[in-house]
Design a protein around this ligand. Structure first.
Ligand SMILES: Nc1ncnc2c1ncn2[C@@H]1O[C@H](COP(=O)(O)OP(=O)(O)OP(=O)(O)O)[C@@H](O)[C@H]1O
Length: 661
């Protein structure tokens, strides 16, 4: 295809054309040659209409002129400067100060007011905040929207939005206005108004280049160039008369670009953009905040709960360490059995040892091995079995644990039954509920491995063994003849005696063979507890961090989708001259705002969960104020981290393609 060219005679004056294209060609991925080597000169103050069939390359040409796209070949000079050589920063400056755009779609920000929409270009230009309202008001008044100052974009009609888009472009004072099908979506009245505005702006000195199918727009222009198959043909208005018209005294580029005082980057604008974006898409923002909140709540709650639990265990162990010793019989089942059989004697022996306040015996039974039912197993086959804690003990052991039983004297009855060789049980109130017994009445029975056991009372609580409320405790007689029990003797001492009694107790029990018994001090458990709770805390932390990571990933994908849906808005900001970092900043800040919100909410949820759980467990909640700050800070950091990829994607996407949508 031969080159096309609409080259003005260069001998008519010393000044370079405002826009000059030579051999500009552009193809797209699929091999579509949109432009095949175009030459075009446009003088300052010109009003040029580019017409042509659909798909002939008009928008591509306009995008190249406006630096929204780059040509593959050829040369583009703007006021004599080669655009191809300009760095990204200079291109941003051109879009900000030299060009103004009106697209077929208005790309009005739906949740922003007309005033903020009209001032968008001024914001990007860095015009001081206090100077913007007057300039935006002028722009709105010019298109007859002065009275819609505070109306949100989404409440304006299609025609009003396009007028607003025109006001946004006109407010910047850019010397070149590029319009792509500006009347494409308008009815004839609105279309005519817009054409009048274009003519007016041109009369004030703005160079206007408009791509159009609309004959009325083409007629209003001073020059009309046709593009067919990527080739330009001058149709009308390109003669000497147009030259004179174009050279009429008008505001020159440097004059107009400097007519507004410029300010540097205003961080408050970024914050207000981030806040406005977060609050205008309230549903999406709520989901993102919730995702962050769940992660942070999980983290805060698990740290708080593991610390509270550790403190609770520490308290118990410290109390026990002061006055508790446990003794077990080493060796074969016979020795164990004898130990059980001799408990009366053992307790008498121990009572004589100085510092011993009392002792009692217990053994934990596996509720897997023992069948505990409310009704006789043969009478109701298949009835559900008790799966909670089952243990055997004497009344002395229950007393040492501070067990409170009802009715009064229940523990004595429990022991007395044992003396008589009669099976008896005490049921914790929680266990009674599990067994389906509303209250433990006299004459109630349980069946343990087919043996009937009388229930003599209920355990309402035990200060030193809270688990007893959920356990079933049977006397030794209930297990007569059973082998394989491992009894544990609990010795309560005067405060501070356990260590001193460590070697005395085995001797007191069997002077000939003290090695038969193993003595453990609860203090020994401390180091064990530390190890266990450190392992547990590590595990809890790993799980919580994983939760936080997943919630961050969830939020990141929500933000990425938001970038996709805001593609046109981002392109519009870029077309107005916003730099890539400034676009990225909006998303990073939005991520920080949402993460901060999620962090605060999550910390509150987490702390609430710890408080409620500790109240239910009657623990002391351990909550450091750092936990709240940590949760909030982590929320903000994860918010920013989650926004990094969406921010990058927003900042680097192609402008022209995004404007097309
Ligand atoms: N990003 C792109 N990727 C692939 N092809 C593209 C792209 N942009 C434009 N084209 C193709 O380039 C050709 C010219 O497109 P362009 O939009 O410039 O035409 P147009 O004259 O403005 O059309 P219309 O009047 O319908 O808007 C078309 O065939 C179009 O499909």
């Amino acid at each position: 295809m031969s080159d096309c060219g609409l080259q003005r005679q260069r001998d008519i004056g010393p000044r370079a054309p405002a826009i000059s294209l030579r051999g500009v060609a552009k193809s797209f991925d699929a091999g579509t040659a949109a432009l095949r080597g175009c030459d075009l000169d446009i003088e300052e103050g010109d009003f040029v209409a580019i017409v042509g069939a659909s798909g002939s390359g008009k928008s591509t040409l306009l995008n190249i002129i406006g630096t929204l796209d780059r040509p593959d070949r050829g040369e583009y000079r703007l006021h004599g400067r080669r655009v191809e050589d300009l760095p990204e920063r200079e291109l941003n400056r051109l879009r900000k100060q030299t060009f103004a755009f009106v697209f077929q779609e208005s790309h009005v920000l739906r949740e922003e007011t007309a005033a903020r929409n009209a001032a968008l270009g001024l914001r990007v230009q860095g015009v001081r905040r206090r100077e913007r309202p007057a300039a935006a008001a002028k722009g709105l008044a010019r298109v007859g929207l002065g009275h819609r100052w505070s109306t949100r974009g989404r409440h304006l009609s299609g025609g009003e939005r396009q007028r607003l888009a025109f006001a946004r472009a006109a407010s910047t004072g850019a010397p070149i206005l590029l319009a792509d099908e500006p009347t494409g979506n308008l009815d004839s009245r609105n279309g005519e108004e817009l054409i009048a505005q274009l003519s007016q702006l041109n009369a004030e000195g703005t160079t206007v280049v408009v791509v159009t199918h609309d004959d009325r727009v083409a007629a209003a222009a001073h020059r009309r160039v046709r593009i067919a198959d990527g080739v330009l043909i001058e149709e009308s208005g390109g003669g000497p008369e147009a030259e004179t018209r174009a050279r009429a005294p008008r505001g020159t580029l440097p004059e107009r670009a400097n007519n507004v005082r410029r300010a540097r980057w205003d961080p408050l604008d970024d914050v207000s953009d981030a806040l406005s974006s977060a609050t205008s898409r309230i549903g999406r923002s709520a989901m993102v905040v919730l995702a962050f909140a769940l992660g942070v709540a999980g983290l805060t709650a698990s740290v708080g709960l593991s610390e509270s639990a550790a403190a609770q265990v520490s308290q118990r162990i410290s109390a026990a360490a002061l006055d508790e010793i446990t003794v077990t019989a080493t060796g074969d089942p016979t020795t164990q059995h004898e130990f059980f059989a001799r408990t009366g004697q053992i307790r008498e022996d121990l009572a004589r040892v100085e510092g011993v306040r009392g002792s009692g015996v217990t053994a934990t039974l596996s509720s897997q091995e023992y069948s505990v039912t409310v009704l006789a197993p043969h009478s109701v086959p298949g009835q559900s079995r008790f799966r909670g804690e089952l243990l055997t003990a004497d009344g002395a052991w229950l007393g040492l644990q501070g067990a409170v039983a009802s009715p009064q004297g229940a523990v004595a009855a429990f022991d007395a039954a044992n003396q008589r060789g009669q099976p008896a049980a005490l049921i914790g109130e929680g266990a009674a509920r599990t067994l389906g017994l509303d209250s433990v009445a006299a004459g109630q029975q349980l069946w343990i491995d087919g043996r009937r056991v009388d229930v003599v009372g209920a355990i309402r609580g035990a200060a030193r063994a809270p688990g007893l409320g959920d356990a079933v405790v049977v006397n030794f007689a209930s297990l007569a003849g059973r082998a394989g029990l491992s009894p544990v003797l609990l010795v309560r001492t005067e405060d501070g005696y356990p260590a001193a009694l460590r070697s005395a107790i085995p001797l007191a029990l069997d002077a000939a063979q003290p090695g038969t018994y193993t003595v453990s001090l609860t203090a020994d458990l401390r180091s064990l507890r530390r190890g266990v709770s450190a392992d547990l805390a590590d595990l809890v932390r790993v799980v919580s961090w994983a939760l936080l990571l997943f919630s961050g990933l969830g939020a990141a994908s929500a933000m990425y989708l938001a970038v996709q849906s805001r593609s046109a808005e981002i392109a519009l900001r870029r077309a107005l001259g916003a730099s890539r970092p400034s676009i990225a900043r909006i998303f990073l800040l939005e991520g920080a705002v949402l993460g901060l919100g999620g962090g605060l909410l999550g910390s509150a949820f987490g702390v609430g969960a710890v408080v409620v759980y500790c109240l239910l467990q009657r623990w002391t909640a351990v909550l450091s104020s750092e936990l709240v700050w940590l949760g909030t800070g982590i929320g903000a950091v994860v918010g920013v981290a989650a926004a990094v990829y969406p921010a990058w994607a927003a900042a680097t996407g192609p402008i022209a393609e995004r404007i097309r949508g």
